[in-house]
Design a protein around this ligand. Structure first.
Ligand code: NAD
Length: 420
């Protein structure tokens, strides 16, 4: 099934592409009437870094229309500003429980009054053909409900991490999107980020040799005890599902493997009002079928730390910060090819466009070209299953075994094309 906007859009493209020969009822993936790509003559020598070229954005009328659900820190500070860098997506609706805040934000971003919804009127999105994709940026316990409702309203869904609080909820989300024939993507921003993509490429090309070990730390010192992140019913857990998930996910996408044995250790300072319901820190170890191992910590009570290091037989790649929204620094170390008695340590720096523009750009392309998202619901479910196993391990004080995956990158869609 297609929503009205997709159908109209597809029909327009189909008729343009075929000179009106096809009937509009026949379904086919949208054929983009791509504007000609503008290329400028080179001005630098081949010794210089290649220019990225002009962004070649789509006109507003052809872009995927997005609704953003939940107007908290992430939406206001990262996601909405990222629309300014988008080439294929545009902001057309906002969903919030606070009308005055929604109106103020709508004014800033030029969202019309008819694009404003609250959590009750959310289902009326089905009557808004401008909206094709819905981005769920709510507390974790609300992801499943709003994903299912968005799919039932005929919208494609992009959902923040962690996908949900339980693997059963993740499965409901996947099933609901499948039933409604809508796409489901999980917002793993770093799987679209240039430095992380470079490390994935180095790992797959064996530039670091055989991968042996991964270490990572992610966390910050939390404030206000009564915020939703400290309530188990809303957050699902503490440091592990909120920030530890980045370390877990990176171990999986750098290696391409899935862990078969996991062990976790949970710790909270007694009588700290922030950690009555959720853990303060969670350290964990993952063993993968090839012999690759990952050791990670996540925390809510120590000063901000966001580093990672991937070690192979022939070299290492390290990032500090490695999990931030910007300012990532990637260093690579290996034996020098010029001076055999020396090690080379090089810094590889890529441009750092908004990670949110890149992930939404990718998902917009998936909607337009009818392709599978690189981080679909199955990828989010894989992390939540491992998180459940890690909590079981910490509770029972033992290693928990998991099923082996049948192939590398078992739950990921095709790699993203570069997007801004
Ligand atoms: P936040 O607390 O700043 O915002 C949450 C929003 O949800 C607020 O506008 C709040 O009013 C609304 N809300 C609706 N019902 C609520 C309820 N019952 N209790 C509390 N708030 C309610 O949180 P955030 O930091 O924006 O996080 C939102 C989601 O985004 C979470 O799932 C989080 O894990 C994820 N997140 C992802 C990243 C990332 O880098 N990808 C970063 C931060 C947060």
């Amino acid at each position: 099934m297609m929503d009205d906007a997709s159908r109209l859009w597809t029909r327009r493209r189909m008729l343009e592409a075929t000179g009106g020969l096809l009937t509009a009822s026949a379904w086919m993936p949208p054929v983009l009437a791509a504007a000609p790509q503008v290329k400028l003559p080179d001005t630098f020598a081949k010794t210089e870094r290649e220019r990225p070229g002009p962004p070649n954005p789509q006109p507003e009328s052809e872009r995927v229309g997005w609704a953003v659900v939940g107007l908290g820190h992430l939406s206001l500070e990262e996601i909405l500003p990222a629309f300014g860098q988008m080439k294929r997506g545009r902001l057309v609706a906002l969903v919030s429980g606070d009308r005055a805040k929604a109106q103020a934000i709508a004014k800033q971003y030029g969202v019309p009054d008819k694009g404003l919804y609250d959590y009750k009127s959310f289902d009326q999105l089905k009557d808004n053909p401008e909206v094709q994709a819905v981005y769920i940026v709510l507390p974790n316990s609300m992801h499943a409900e709003f994903t299912v409702r968005a799919a039932q309203a005929g919208k494609h869904v992009f959902c923040e991490k962690p996908m949900a609080n339980t693997s059963a909820e993740c499965q409901q989300m996947i099933d609901a999107c499948k039933k409604a024939d809508r796409k489901l993507g999980i917002a793993y921003r770093l799987q679209y980020e240039p430095h992380h993509r470079a490390v994935i490429q180095m790992a797959r090309n064996k530039e670091l040799g055989t991968l042996k070990l991964f270490t990572a730390n992610n966390g910050q010192n939390q404030g206000e005890p009564n915020q939703w992140r400290h309530k188990k019913a809303l957050a699902g857990g503490g440091a592990l599902p909120d920030v530890g998930i980045y370390c877990l996910s990176a171990a999986r996408y750098f290696s391409g493997e899935e862990p078969t044995e996991v062990q976790g250790f949970s710790q909270s300072t007694p009588n700290d009002p922030r950690f009555k319901e959720v853990e303060e820190s969670f350290a964990f170890h993952l063993r993968f079928p090839s012999g690759f191992q990952a050791h990670c910590t996540s925390h809510y009570g120590a000063h901000e730390t966001k580093d990672l290091r991937l070690m192979g037989t022939d070299g290492w790649a390290s990032m500090d910060p490695g999990f931030a929204y910007s300012g990532l620094r990637l260093r690579v170390g290996m034996k020098s090819k010029t001076f055999p008695k020396a090690d080379d340590t090089v810094e590889r720096s890529f441009s750092q466009p908004s990670q949110f523009a890149r992930e939404m750009g990718h998902f917009s392309r998936c909607v337009q070209e009818n392709t599978v998202p690189h981080t679909p619901g199955e990828e989010g479910l894989a992390d939540v299953r491992i998180i459940e196993a890690l909590y079981r391990s910490a509770q029972e004080g033992k290693v928990v075994k998991l099923e082996a995956a049948k192939k590398l990158d078992a739950f990921r869609g095709p790699p993203p094309k570069e997007e801004g």
